[in-house]
Design a protein around this ligand. Structure first.
Ligand SMILES: Cc1cc2nc3c(=O)[nH]c(=O)nc-3n(C[C@H](O)[C@H](O)[C@H](O)COP(=O)(O)OP(=O)(O)OC[C@H]3O[C@@H](n4cnc5c(N)ncnc54)[C@H](O)[C@@H]3O)c2cc1C
Length: 464
């Protein structure tokens, strides 16, 4: 790998003079707040944080990173589980001040700057009766989630977030702004749909919006047994694609709507989202309600933005996780899931299962850099830890848990991969997807300026 040559020293004064946005150095007010990321236990001190104001600022900061050779971190919503959106001693390019949003209600499109969060875009387009799907959490930045794919509550009805991407604006390693879509630089448009932050800094995304004829959604809490877990997944697979679900199998948190004797019991904390006619939605949800007497049933006709939990403010969880795709959750797999969770002692431990398919599966695997179109179910095994003392043990447990349920699908979803080494990045980009990404990386970022990410290196070794 070529190491960028260090030509110039970083000058905060020059940077301040060069950009419209805010330049925050280690001695400035707001430095500690600005260097904080969502995941706990990450305490890095950038040499400078630039809260860019526009795409021209982004181009200037990219050039400064290139000219100084300093490590460049790119942050939209700050949710990277791998800690990629901050740097020790480098330049942090923070997009969170870039929040312009243009909605074309008649044309059913929206152009959104990448400092916006999923919740902000969702609420703004919902005001016009329109939707575009992101994930399950409103505070996640549209920058990171979109570049990795985007699997959320509309995945079966409207596909991944990238399946609704009509174009993107991206500043590449030479500092130039490119507008890419199906006609202009289609290779780069292919790469940004799943290839993460490897190709440049995305400044704006264009999304196709959809009308929502009605919505039924919310949380259904059921006792977790092998039978209910397998039954939940079977019901989710059998449901029309208007229904997308997330099953979190975990000890019940002390939620106020759960009876005290349920707290700590193993439950399915199910999130159900029906994007369609409400009466048909009630019928589709009935099989889930019939699995057992629910501990809580808050699934009701509502609005799509209500699916997102309230913003958790200064919440910085310490968690370890492993993600994988499953072909099926039959009784045997469900038994392993329930018994593994029952036998462990971490106060917060979870298996999350998302049935895929529908619109997402109809896109050809080679059409975007997200290739896992045939994968049936996405799983995550996760546990909270308290710090260095118990992190390794918790990590060993999630690793063993994932190994115990792994089946034939060796892929991984890049946005749920943490700091797990190059093999796991390869798992996110199987076969010819990897080869094409490496070729495009060589073309657009030959010195690997954008390397603080789930990295696709532009090297000969990577091409093998
Ligand atoms: C609580 C939580 C819930 C989640 N739920 C879901 C879910 O339901 N579905 C799902 O698909 N994912 C989900 N994720 C994963 C999430 O999509 C990724 O962590 C994503 O990278 C976060 O985006 P961000 O902009 O907030 O993060 P950041 O930390 O700001 O960015 C992550 C990385 O993405 C790249 N990046 C971000 N913005 C840009 C940009 N504008 N240009 C170039 N590169 C950029 C950079 O490499 C950066 O290091 C969840 C994560 C968390 C923590």
């Amino acid at each position: 790998m070529r190491t960028p040559t260090r030509h110039f020293e970083l000058s905060l004064a020059d940077l301040r003079a060069a950009v419209r946005g805010r330049v925050i150095g280690p001695d400035d007010d707001g430095y500690d707040a600005a260097r904080t990321v969502v995941i706990g236990g990450i305490d890095r001190r950038p040499a400078v944080i630039v809260k860019v104001a526009d795409a021209a600022d982004v181009g200037r900061v990219v050039r400064v990173a290139r000219d100084t050779g300093l490590e460049l971190a790119v942050k939209s919503g700050g949710h990277s589980g791998a800690g990629h959106s901050t740097t020790e001693g480098g330049i942090l390019l923070d997009l969170s001040d870039m929040k312009a949003l243009d909605v074309d209600v008649d044309g059913r499109t929206a152009w959104a700057e990448t400092g916006l969060t999923a919740g902000e875009v969702t609420a703004a387009v919902a005001a016009h009766g329109l939707v575009v799907g992101f994930g399950d959490t409103g505070s996640v930045g549209i920058g990171g989630i979109t570049l990795g794919g985007g699997i959320g509550y509309l995945v079966r009805k409207h596909g991944l977030t990238i399946d609704n991407l009509i174009g993107a604006e991206i500043v590449t390693a030479d500092g130039e702004l490119h507008r890419v879509d199906a006609d202009q630089e289609p290779d780069l448009f292919w790469a940004v749909r799943g290839g993460g932050g490897n190709f440049g800094v995305a400044t704006r995304f264009g999304f196709r919006l959809h009308e929502l004829p009605g919505f039924v959604g919310g949380m259904l809490v059921l006792p977790a047994t092998a039978e209910t877990v397998a039954g939940f997944i079977a019901a989710a697979e059998a449901a029309p694609e208007e229904l997308s679900t997330i099953a979190n199998i975990m000890p019940a948190p002390p939620m106020p709507f759960l009876a005290p004797e349920v707290h700590g019991e193993l439950v399915i904390l199910g999130m159900l989202a029906w994007a369609g006619d409400p009466a048909a939605g009630e019928a589709a949800i009935a099989p889930f309600r019939a699995l057992a007497t629910p501990y809580a049933d808050m699934v009701k006709p509502s609005t799509y933005p209500e699916m997102f939990p309230p913003d958790e403010g200064e919440y910085h969880p310490l968690a370890v996780a492993r993600t994988l795709f499953l072909d099926r959750v039959d009784r045997a797999t469900a038994t392993t899931i329930v018994e593994t969770l029952r036998a462990y002692d971490a106060p917060m431990r979870v298996a999350q299962l998302r049935v895929l398919g529908g619109a997402m599966a109809r896109v050809p695997a080679e059409a975007t850099a997200f290739a896992h179109r045939a994968s049936r179910i996405m799983a995550v095994a996760a546990a909270f830890h308290e710090g260095p003392d118990d992190k390794a043990a918790r990590e060993a447990w999630v690793e063993a848990f994932a190994a115990a349920i792994r089946q034939g699908d060796s892929g991984a979803y890049v946005n749920f991969v943490n700091d797990e080494g190059p093999e796991r990045v390869r798992a996110a980009y199987p076969g010819s997807t990897w080869d094409r990404l490496v070729e495009l990386k060589r073309r657009y970022d030959p010195t690997n300026l954008f390397r603080l990410n789930q990295n696709v290196p532009p090297t000969a070794e990577a091409a093998r």
